[in-house]
Design a protein around this ligand. Structure first.
Ligand SMILES: [Zn+2]
Length: 364
């Protein structure tokens, strides 16, 4: 058996430093993972091509085109790059995918800590890798997932309230995160909503006025909104109470909604529920006057202005009517122009006409 002198060995074998595969290792080329490994004689470890560790001296490196060849060195696998397993990216993608399934299948939105624990990583590592793999944070993913469930529920014919229950909002409490754009909310126009105040709401259907949303604070009914599209009504509620936590209401609340719907259909019955009226001092004066206009009667904007003692404030009266968020309970539909024409209505002039016609016919 003859030994080749070392000086001869380096001159006859191609140097690793000149090997094009070494350039990929220098570049930490992730696309080489799965095709290329290297072992380092001085440390006794082998690595995947993209190992983030400090680069070894190529004089001590041997290149391998198969994992079996790298293992055959008898060295141990590098702990940093885990050359025997999936690539770090593939592993993180698998981990993110697992977290996505957990979010989708959870009744309530899991916390960051719960998710991180479930996939066996630290919260900060998990958050970073989830975002890298999916492009969004776990919280954003959960919000988008809930919005998709609500949309799906609506598309399949459930009421908004049902869709929101089904999407898990009821138990998790917060319907809209202020910072998310789940259902394409418009920027807040109102600043009246108290921070962290809880507002219960539910959406129902009327016989001829379309959809109706009823919302309550602890003090009483704070909004009765009418419209064609239940989703628009929920958005509108959030616009009017931008800082509140909207809670899809429970069965008990549905009974209250039924009571409000009954009242809207037949205002003469009266609404035996406390109202939580919120406006500027001026708006509240206008609304109080409106509440004194009996069923079946109408009043002009100028007359309302006169009754509150500021006859010149006709435009401001019209604006206060438009800002009303308690349809029918504050009967802004009973305010018409001097010439008897209907003018506008916050919930559409067609609804105003239906309400007035109905009240007139019930009067006779
Ligand atoms: Zn390594």
């Amino acid at each position: 058996m003859t030994l080749t002198p070392p000086e001869l060995r380096t001159s006859t074998l191609p140097s690793v430093a000149d090997d094009p595969r070494w350039a990929r290792i220098v570049a930490r080329d992730k696309t080489a993972d799965g095709h290329l490994w290297y072992s380092v004689a001085t440390t006794g470890v082998y690595c995947r091509a993209s190992c983030p560790s400090r680069l070894a001296n190529p004089k001590n490196v041997q290149l391998h085109d198969s994992l079996a060849s790298a293992k055959a060195t008898g060295f141990r696998p590098c702990r940093r790059c885990n050359p025997n397993g999936l690539s770090i990216e593939a592993e993180n993608a698998a981990l993110a995918a697992r977290a996505c399934r957990i979010i989708e299948e959870s009744e309530e939105e899991p916390s960051l800590e719960e998710l991180a624990k479930a996939v066996g990583r630290s919260p900060s590592y998990f958050h970073r890798t989830f975002k890298a793999a999916t492009g969004v944070t776990p919280k954003e993913y959960a919000a988008a997932n809930r919005a998709a469930k609500v949309r799906h529920g609506l598309a399949s014919g459930s009421s908004v309230t049902e869709a929101i229950y089904d999407a898990g909002f009821n138990s998790s409490g917060r319907f809209y995160e202020k910072s998310t754009d789940m259902l394409g909310m418009t920027p807040s126009r109102y600043r009246a909503g108290g921070a962290n105040e809880e507002i219960k709401f539910a959406v129902g259907q009327t016989s001829s006025l379309g959809a109706i949303l009823v919302a309550s604070t602890k003090k009483g009914v704070a909004a009765i909104l009418l419209g064609d599209d239940p989703e628009d009504l929920v958005r509108n509620l959030q616009d009017r109470f931008p800082n509140a936590r909207l809670i899809g209401a429970d069965r008990d609340y549905e009974a209250l909604v039924a009571q409000v719907v009954g009242f809207v259909e037949a205002p003469r019955l009266g609404l035996n529920l406390p109202l939580d009226v919120r406006g500027t001092a001026f708006q509240e004066r206008v609304w109080k006057v409106l509440q004194e206009v009996p069923v079946g009667a109408t009043v002009s904007y100028a007359e309302v202005a006169r009754r509150i003692g500021t006859p010149k404030s006709v435009r401001a009266v019209a604006a206060a009517c438009a800002a009303n968020k308690l349809a029918v309970a504050i009967p802004c539909h009973r305010v018409i122009r001097n010439d008897g024409s209907l003018s506008g209505y916050a919930w559409g002039v067609d609804r105003k006409r239906i309400l007035l016609d109905r009240e007139a016919s019930q009067n006779s």
